[in-house]
Structure formats: C-alpha cells, structure tokens
Design a protein around this ligand. Structure first.
Ligand SMILES: Cc1cc2nc3c(=O)[nH]c(=O)nc-3n(C[C@H](O)[C@H](O)[C@H](O)COP(=O)(O)OP(=O)(O)OC[C@H]3O[C@@H](n4cnc5c(N)ncnc54)[C@H](O)[C@@H]3O)c2cc1C
Length: 503
C-alpha cells in the first residue's frame, strides 16, 4: 500500500518536529530555502567554543522540548545554566532582581523595596494590591476575552494595578524582552495565558501568584536547559534521526507558491520545479506563509500578513579577563540574590556573577539585555577570557535595522561601558541580525489565530511555527506535533496503526 506524501516547508524546529511525528506514516520531504537547518536555532564557533546566536536554552515546564531531546538520545547532553539570577539596570544603576517575581510581577513587597528597582512611591503603589477588594481581571472580563470581544494588553492590565514604574522596570524587561515586544501592545491573555487564568476573580494578584514558585530566584533548580554543544545539537540529531527513518531533507530549495492540482493534490512551485503532495505543512514565518497561500486563500493570506514581526540583533564580545573592571565584578557580586554555581564554573565566572543584566525601558537604550554567556554556560569561554552577548532591538524600535554592523557594535559598546564599565577593546565581536524574527502577539492575537486555524483546516493546509501558539521552542514543538498528529489521524482514520511501523 502506498503511503501518503507530505511536503513540509521550512526546516526550523517546527518543520522538523512535525516531520518527526509523521515518520513511518507518510513519505515526508522537508524543503528548506537556506543551506542549513534550524532556522532561528543556530550555533556557531566563537573563540573555538560553541556559541548560540539565537536561542541558548528552552523552558522545561512545557515538557515538549525535553521529551524530544530525550527521545533523540540527547539526555546526557542537556545542561542547566550555571547561574540563574539576573540583575537589572534601572534608575541609572545596576540592581538585583527582587526575589519571588512571577514573570516580572512582584509577589513580595519587602523584596521589591530592598531591591531599589522602583522608588518607595512605586513600592507603595504595589502594596495596594495586598488590600485590593476588587479583582483586576473579573469573570466578566475573562468571558469577554475568551469570546474574543476584548483583549487587554499586559501594560494596560498590570499598570492599572502596579503602576507604570513596575511595568517599565520589571515586567517590560522580562516579558517584553522574551518577546522583543512593547508590553503596552502585547496581549495579556496570549503572552501570559497561565497568569491570566490564575488571576481571574482574585482581588490580590500577588496573593494569587505567590505559590507558583517560578521566580528567577527559585531554588528548586533551573527551569531552563541548554545543550552542551549548543542548541544546533538538537537540530542535527533530529535531522539525522529523520533521515534514518527515510525522511528526505532538501536544503537550498525555496518554495514560491502553493496551489491545488486537478486531482486535488497540492502543487508546490519550488526553485527546482514543481513538487506534488497529498498534504502540506507550512512551517515558515507567517508573512512567508501568507505569500504561499495567497492564491489558494486570499482570506488566510490576509490574516497571516496581519501578524507583525520585530527584528533584533545580537552582538557577542570576548574580552580578556583582566579587562573586566573589578568594580563591576564586586558590584554584581554584592547584589542580593546573585548566586554562582561552583560546580563547573571557570575562573571567568567570578568576574561577571549572575546570568546577565536586563535593561529597564526607561533607560531608553538600544540594548535590551546583556547575557554573561561565559558565566551562564562555562563551556563557552576559554580560560582567562569572558564572553558577553548583548541583545538589541524590539518591536517599534527601528534603530538596529538602520545601523551598519560597525555603528551597531559601537553603540552597544557605549551602553555596555555605561552599564558594566567595560571600555577595553574586545578580542573579537560577532554580530548576528535576526530581521522579522519575533512574531508579535498583539491585542486580538488569540482570536486571529482561531480564524487562521479554522481557514487552514478548511483549506487542508497545516500551519505550524512560532507565529501562532507560543514562540518558545517547546511551544513550537508541541504545536507542530499536534498539527502533524491530526494529519496522521486523517491518513489513518480508524487508528488501527497499520501504517505506523518503523516508529
Ligand atoms: C535571537 C533569538 C533568541 C531566542 N531565544 C529563545 C530562547 O532562549 N528560548 C526559546 O525557547 N526560544 C527562543 N527564541 C524563539 C525560538 O528560537 C523561535 O521561536 C523558534 O526557533 C522558531 O522556530 P520555527 O521553526 O517556528 O521558525 P524558524 O526557525 O524561523 O524556521 C522557519 C524556516 O523556514 C525557512 N523558510 C522560510 N521561507 C521559506 C520558503 N519559502 N521555502 C522553504 N523554506 C523557507 C527558513 O529559512 C527557516 O529555516 C529566540 C529567537 C531568536 C530570534
């Protein structure tokens, strides 16, 4: 019996994860336009050590990333960051992140006060939450949100209760930073769905969140995992396993358009000519998927195009250990909550304690965060060198896009000098640009995605990727697998498993 054919467009983690679910069930070909797999996941060699240019870790609360790594035999390669606590540059100084934050939301007023991240007036404002008598998110509002009739932003909801200072100094650097977003435009229910559910009908937000236990200073172990050889290890292992199961992977093959042939089969116009398949999964950014489906469904294309994207850049620097001013080392060390794992930390770790520094929005810097890569991942620096990765740019900030690499590096170095006091000439710098890389879950996102999913189902196209149900790697994997599972059911509606040999 011939197996159905599936073309997966896009060789990022979403495309590869859906192909993995389809192994043994269909004849799958993955088409990737560039000459490498992984999309946003890219590990390079810097100072002879692995350096992640995109994601350097994934969260384990959603188990899809961990489960896939374990399935691929990568369990022993998983590593925890050596340091978890970040500092924040707020109100002109480096400050420790207050303890017991939940997604940047303070749950301990005393810790907030001691951190000096916000002024005493800002702390008083937060204190009011403890005595609040009316829920911030009422049942009626939650109903409106679930029905798609309202979708307040993170900024709207949280500044109403905690004030603008907490939003710009804590919530924006964390939640805005993860999403390269402005929290004033980010949908609360899409960006923080579990928090949204937890605070419905609760008079005090802090009390409702208090026992979540996922604050950065939580002592129960890191909620993140990286990979010893860098995140591309996952992509390489997945690609090898796919090939081992007979999946074809074609790099350097751009898909240009999608249509249906007379027989009902999908026809893909590619660089190398036409390709046909029984089913198609588009694992490309929403704006690319919009172009691909434009003829098949102008309505779907319109919805996909409405998802905005932000571009960012990272600049990674290596410095001689002696170039890090002792003053900043002591300052970071003295910040409350800064912990250094002693196990495998190299001597360079002591110099920049903590995992890095986030920058409060009020500072108006180009840099949104500096990650102390060699402290966080001791394997990433040779002895006597220190590696720091700065991230710049966010939604609505066009400065990164308009700067050349030299100008960008100069601007970031000036900010690093201001925040960390490092003024020495770096040994080496690598700049990586990620234009249109972070889909923005703006107000109305969930409702738009419901419409997209419905039209895609009607059209028979699988749509996966960071644009829809979560931008983190585990969310991308989980959604990609879910969409592929639906295809499996479609191919094998009786669920008798007759075609699933080889799994
Ligand atoms: C700088 C940065 C840091 C991040 N940090 C983290 C982190 O620490 N943890 C975390 O969990 N997530 C992080 N993310 C988010 C996460 O990496 C991404 O959301 C995820 O990797 C997206 O995977 P994807 O497969 O959906 O899309 P992509 O990785 O974008 O893959 C899409 C693929 O489609 C290909 N393609 C495009 N057009 C075509 C075409 N016409 N034909 C064929 N192929 C095409 C592209 O070349 C690409 O390979 C980060 C993202 C960035 C940019």
């Amino acid at each position: 019996m011939t197996r159905p054919t599936v073309l997966v467009v896009g060789g990022g983690i979403s495309g590869l994860a859906s192909a993995w679910t389809l192994r043994g069930v269909a004849d799958v070909t993955v088409l990737e336009s560039t000459d490498r797999l992984g999309g946003k996941i890219e590990t390079t060699t810097f100072r002879s050590r692995p350096l992640d240019l995109g994601p350097d870790a994934f969260i384990v609360r959603n188990r899809a990333g961990l489960a896939l790594c374990e399935e691929l035999g990568l369990g022993p390669d998983l590593i925890e960051p050596s340091s978890r606590s970040a500092a924040i540059y707020a109100r002109g100084h480096l400050r420790a992140f207050p303890e017991r934050l939940v997604f940047g939301i303070p749950t301990d007023v005393g810790a907030l006060y001691r951190s000096h991240v916000v002024s005493p007036w800002g702390v008083l404002r937060v204190l009011r939450d403890r005595f609040a008598r009316h829920p911030l998110v009422t049942r009626a509002l939650a109903e409106e949100v679930r029905a798609g009739r309202a979708d307040p932003t993170v900024g709207e909801i949280l500044s109403a209760r905690f004030g603008p200072m907490v939003v710009s100094s804590l919530i924006d650097p964390l939640i805005g930073g993860i999403n390269a977003s402005d929290v004033a435009k980010l949908s609360f229910s899409s960006a923080m769905p579990t928090i949204f559910d937890q605070i419905v009908d609760q008079p005090s937000v802090m009390r409702a969140l208090r026992h979540r236990g996922d604050a950065p200073s939580d002592s129960s172990g890191s909620i993140f995992r990286g990979l010893r050889g860098g995140m591309s290890t996952m992509v390489d292992a997945l690609a090898d396993a796919l090939r081992g199961h007979g999946t074809k992977i074609v790099c350097g093959e751009s898909v240009l358009a999608l249509s249906r042939g007379a027989s009902g089969a999908f026809v893909l116009e590619c660089d190398s000519g036409l390709r046909m398949a029984d089913a198609v999964i588009l694992a490309t950014p929403a704006f690319t998927s919009a172009d691909l489906v434009a003829t098949l469904s102008p309505e779907l294309a319109r919805e996909l195009r409405a998802i905005e994207y932000a571009g960012v850049a990272t600049a990674t620097f290596a410095w001689q250990r002696d170039d890090i001013p002792r003053k900043v080392a002591h300052e970071l060390q003295s910040l409350k909550d800064q912990e250094i794992a002693t196990g495998d930390a190299t001597s360079s770790a002591v110099l920049l304690p903590g995992s890095g520094v986030l920058v409060a929005r009020d500072a108006r810097m180009l840099t949104t965060a500096t990650s102390f890569t060699s402290t966080k991942w001791p394997r990433s620096a040779v002895r006597d060198e220190v590696v720091v990765r700065a991230s710049a740019g966010r939604h609505g900030d066009q400065r990164v896009a308009t700067m050349g690499d030299d100008e960008l590096v100069l601007a970031i170095r000036e900010e690093i000098a201001q925040v960390l006091g490092i003024t020495a000439e770096p040994l080496e710098v690598v700049v990586k640009r990620w234009p249109r890389s972070f889909p923005q879950y703006g107000a109305g996102h969930a409702e738009r995605v419901r419409r997209i999913d419905a039209i895609a189902k009607e059209t028979g196209i699988g749509l996966v990727g960071a644009a829809y149900h979560g931008i983190g790697i585990p969310s991308c994997i989980a959604h990609a697998q879910e969409v592929a599972e639906r295809l499996v059911e479609q191919f094998n509606p009786r669920g008798d498993g007759s075609e699933t040999t080889g799994r």
